[in-house]
Design a protein around this ligand. Sequence first.
Ligand SMILES: *[C@@H]1O[C@H](CO)[C@@H](O)[C@H](O)[C@H]1NC(C)=O
Ligand SMILES: *[C@@H]1O[C@H](CO)[C@@H](O)[C@H](O)[C@H]1NC(C)=O
Ligand SMILES: *[C@@H]1O[C@H](CO)[C@@H](O)[C@H](O)[C@H]1NC(C)=O
Ligand SMILES: *[C@@H]1O[C@H](CO)[C@@H](O)[C@H](O)[C@H]1NC(C)=O
Length: 365
Amino acid sequence: MGLLANCRRSLLLSIVALLWIDSSSSESTQFTLSRAEKPVHAYIAVCVLAKNEHLYIREFIRYHHWIGIDKFYIWDNQSRPPLADVLQDHVASSLVELVYFSDSWRADAALFPSMYNTSTRTFMSPQAWAYDNCFRMFGHRHTFLALLDPDEFLVLKQPSPPQQQPAAAAALAAAAPHLPTFLAQYEPYGGLVVHWQLVGPSGHVRRPNGSTMESYTQCVPRASLQRWTLFRAIPLGFLKSITATRCYQQGCNPHLCDLKPGCKYVNEAFLEPSAPVVRALQWDRIAVFHYATRSAEDYKAKMVRGSGHSQFLEANRALKRTHRGWRYFNLVNDTATDTCLEGKQAWERCCAGKRDVMEDAAGKV
Ligand SMILES: *[C@@H]1O[C@H](CO)[C@@H](O)[C@H](O)[C@H]1NC(C)=O
Ligand SMILES: *[C@@H]1O[C@H](CO)[C@@H](O)[C@H](O)[C@H]1NC(C)=O
Ligand SMILES: *[C@@H]1O[C@H](CO)[C@@H](O)[C@H](O)[C@H]1NC(C)=O
Ligand SMILES: *[C@@H]1O[C@H](CO)[C@@H](O)[C@H](O)[C@H]1NC(C)=O
């Protein structure tokens, strides 16, 4: 039994490989030259794997650009139509770089066995392969790289305004949250781990007209999440990381990367993510608002089209479940009894009332 499982595992590992094509290969000579002369250095960039996220990808980019992320590497897993259709302006301005990839990795692994040698590289899934490529291809351009999904939004929580200093408090509140400034204090470390705050359907059966951040506010309180079976089984599956690129070693899962010796992740309070720290779920200064379900209508559509990959793949495998299904939806809905307004408030400051014409168009794809 154990032997069989091992064989399956090594077979799986040895065939993990994917094809990728640079989206702008015809223009690459020209752009590569000008970049070499004057390199663009975004302090922090994001690697995103996406499949058919036309409806959501623009608000994800708009919001994160507002908090100071100046580069988005979007790995488009065979979206139909291609995500490029709704991202042309961002590609033209270099805010977004698209990489097309598919799951024809069996063929690739057969053709390039040494490149996909699992005894020398840590590839746990096609997802991990894409993340590894993101670090290897683009890591040198940035101080930090974050791995996020299109339904995950980094929210910087403002410190509570001091009571006696209304003027200072007002100035503090007026300053837009700036992720690079926040991250600077974590530069000596291998990266920052950030806990998920899970946000549920918040009463929406139909897809709401507003943006994700303004529409969904019902969230799972800490104590409830700590009681989830999934959380208790794999608490590391409930956080995301922003990795210092100088510390990247080889391979990531969707949550954490292998770091070079001497590099360590810390959480917002500069604590290493030991088991008790991970279980404590600290999200006072920064959180990843994870809009895990959106409305019932959105969730149904997502299950039909396939999410492209699953955050919970490992956890579900461990619990012998193959997909999230309605049980997961109901679990989130039933336990999302708190109201978390930081996401909605951030969106109001960032983007509310500023119409994005392309976002409207994306809804019609
Ligand atoms: C993979 O790497 C190991 C260790 O370096 C080596 O022994 C093996 O021959 C490699 N396999 C392939 C297919 O390149
Ligand atoms: C890409 O999409 C296919 C089909 O939906 C899926 O099976 C695969 O896991 C996805 N790959 C990644 C890396 O997300
Ligand atoms: C979510 O839970 C609430 C309260 O238990 C319930 O009234 C509602 O019908 C549920 N929503 C969906 C879409 O199932
Ligand atoms: C969205 O807007 C349309 C037109 O204004 C309206 O008919 C519809 O009920 C709205 N949907 C939701 C879920 O609010």
